[in-house]
Design a protein. Structure first.
Ligand SMILES: [Mg+2]
Length: 258
């Protein structure tokens, strides 16, 4: 078993660390969460998903045998919503799937006259008309919020690799000349939101994940300790080519115990 003795709380990546898309819970994930619960160890699940609301993510995890409360899940939509609400300009073109709209309460979804264009995992909902409308909103002065910059993701055994929100964000930036504000991992603000939610200083918290850029570099920049899991998006090459120096490296979260 491995752990970082100084860690008093943890942030945990979802896809590739606790679950594998289309396959369910990763080996050892249920036992790891059980150990956290048994010790009352504080944690938040930190995912870049913008396909589902927190409640839907919690339900899907329950179906996979993983007990997590919706309130213990932090998604980019949480930070996007806060950014929009705090600005006082509430009109937003929401290029996000219907499933994650509950996490945008207080934001006024519009097709025209938007103050913001928010880009998430609209998937097959991205089409020329919607992208054109977003492009025109940006040229008319709307600000661009990206829930993340992932260029592609693995949609499971049937579909394989597919374009993710980041590819569409890049297209809109290229056409409009506007630069997106990214509110998902690895943005420092995302980690600060998760840490504030956890109520612990960054130095007392370990981020556990399988993505070198999003999980390790982003969390380290926010001041967290880091634990690399050799999960589905891990590659030795990515680690060797990056400045990331994880405190702990494990093959699965099943090896971790606080
Ligand atoms: Mg991951």
């Amino acid at each position: 078993m491995s752990w970082i003795p100084e860690a008093a709380g943890c942030l945990i990546d979802l896809d590739g660390t606790l679950v594998e898309v289309g396959r369910g819970a990763m080996p050892g994930a249920a036992g790891f969460l059980d150990r956290l619960h048994a010790r009352g160890f504080p944690y938040r699940i930190c995912s870049n998903t913008s396909r589902r609301s927190r409640a839907e993510v919690a339900r899907a995890l329950a179906d996979d045998g993983l007990r997590v409360r919706a309130g213990d899940i932090v998604l980019p939509a949480s930070l996007a919503r806060r950014t929009i609400v705090v600005s006082g300009s509430l009109r937003a073109m929401l290029l996000v799937p219907e499933g994650c709209l509950p996490d945008f309460s207080g934001v006024e979804g519009v097709d025209e006259g938007a103050d913001w264009v928010v880009v998430g995992d609209l998937g097959r909902g991205f089409n020329a008309d919607r992208l054109d409308a977003a492009f025109r909103a940006l040229t008319a002065g709307a600000r661009l919020l990206a829930l993340h910059r992932n260029p592609f993701w693995n949609a499971g055994p049937d579909r394989g690799l597919v374009l993710d929100a980041g590819a569409y964000v890049a297209a809109l930036e290229h056409a409009s000349g506007e630069r997106a504000t990214v509110v998902g991992k690895p943005a420092r603000e995302f980690y600060e939101l998760a840490l504030a939610d956890l109520g612990l200083p960054a130095a007392d918290v370990v981020m556990i994940g399988d993505n070198v850029e999003n999980d390790l570099i982003g969390a380290a920049a926010a001041g967290c300790r880091t634990c690399l899991v050799r999960g589905t998006s891990f590659s030795e090459e990515a680690l060797a080519a990056s400045p990331a120096r994880p405190d702990v490296v494990v093959d699965s979260v099943g090896e971790l115990t606080p």
